[in-house]
Design a protein around this ligand. Structure first.
Ligand code: UDP
Ligand code: MG
Length: 318
């Protein structure tokens, strides 16, 4: 029997899109040899999305619907879907008909070839060029450079994952787009395929330019967690020591100017800089201590190991 598929679709005010999306999906999925389920997460819609979804899940037992109490955002919705999914291949997609279900078999094929993650790439993206496409191009370039995982389109919701890859992954903020990065850092094989993208016909996009800024900030957090979560003091401490070093430089320069160049302390900004850099350095090192304590609490309170094992030892007693 082939791996079961879970399709995960966050829905926020998509009343006119739900029915056609469901129909298109079923047309594609029933031609595959895989068992499948479709999980809709209604993210606090204020239109008739909830009724539309309930109608469908009443008729089709392969459809699961979760209704959120209020709008928690696309990432939270995706996480809820992943949490209740039962398939071995997880495929999130948008509920606005912009992703095309007919691309799903392509993604599944890649997973069957042995990849752990296959990302969709909206090669010909049909969104607002200035507000969305350009900032997203820049963001994708930046994310690739910083993460060292080279994909063209992190933001495309349509992706496919092997279930194991998602075990233990918790998503915050805009972080669903970084799953391929997390996965790759933990040794997963990641690839991408071009997918079709349609313009939005019904309803409105929920995002604008501000999303790119959030994505970049989230990326910094991901990078910090990946590199320093076990040793935050190395980051805070290095910065702090550099700052204190700089403060000493300013101090000696200040003394030098006073005694050898006959320049009074108050004629240069050096005394001020010396004090400011010293304080910044000190505070940063103290912050490092707090971060170390927090990290220890994090790992020890949840019994989280600080390593990942690929193959456990074969010779075990009992
Ligand atoms: N969405 C959601 N909660 C939100 C915002 C969006 O569940 O708070 C869903 C939305 O219904 C759609 C998907 O996330 O299915 C992508 O949203 P949208 O089409 O607005 O994003 P864009 O395609 O413009 O990036
Ligand atoms: Mg959209």
């Amino acid at each position: 029997m082939k791996d079961a598929i879970s399709i995960i679709i966050p829905i926020y005010n998509e009343e006119e899109n739900i029915e056609p999306l469901y129909k298109n999906l079923v047309l594609v999925l029933k031609n595959l040899e895989h068992k499948f389920e479709i999980i809709f997460i209604n993210d606090g819609s204020s239109d008739s999305s909830m009724e539309k979804l309930d109608e469908i899940s009443d008729k089709d037992e392969n459809v699961k619907v979760i209704n959120f109490r209020k709008n928690f955002g696309q990432t939270a919705a995706m996480m809820a879907g992943i949490d209740i999914s039962e398939g071995n291949i997880i495929i999130p997609m948008d509920g606005d008909l912009q992703n095309d279900p007919s691309d799903i078999p392509k993604l599944i094929l890649k997973i069957e070839e042995g990849f752990d993650v296959c990302s969709g790439w909206r090669k010909d993206r049909k969104d607002n060029p200035i507000k969305r496409n350009l900032p997203s191009k820049i963001a994708n370039w930046l994310i690739s450079r910083i993460s060292g995982v080279y994909l063209h389109d992190y933001g495309c919701s349509l992706k496919a994952y092997k279930r194991e890859i998602l075990n233990g992954v918790r998503l915050y903020g805009e972080m669903h787009r970084f799953i391929p990065i997390y996965a790759s850092w933990q040794g997963a094989k990641v690839t991408e395929v071009p997918v079709t993208h349609h313009p939005r016909i019904h309803g409105e996009s929920k995002y604008g330019l501000e999303r790119t800024i959030k994505v970049i900030l989230d990326l910094l957090v991901v990078k910090f967690l990946a590199n320093y979560s076990h040793k935050p003091m190395h980051l805070f401490g290095t910065f702090g020591l550099l700052s204190i070093l700089f403060s000493f430089l300013c101090f000696f320069l200040m003394v030098y100017y006073k005694f050898f160049m006959a320049t009074s302390f108050i004629q240069t900004p050096l005394p001020l800089l010396a004090v400011v850099f010293f304080l910044i350095g000190l505070l940063s090192i103290l912050n490092g201590f707090i971060a170390e304590v927090l990290m220890r609490t994090y790992f020890e309170s949840q019994n989280k190991p600080t390593y990942l094992i690929k193959t456990p030892s074969k010779n075990k007693k009992s």
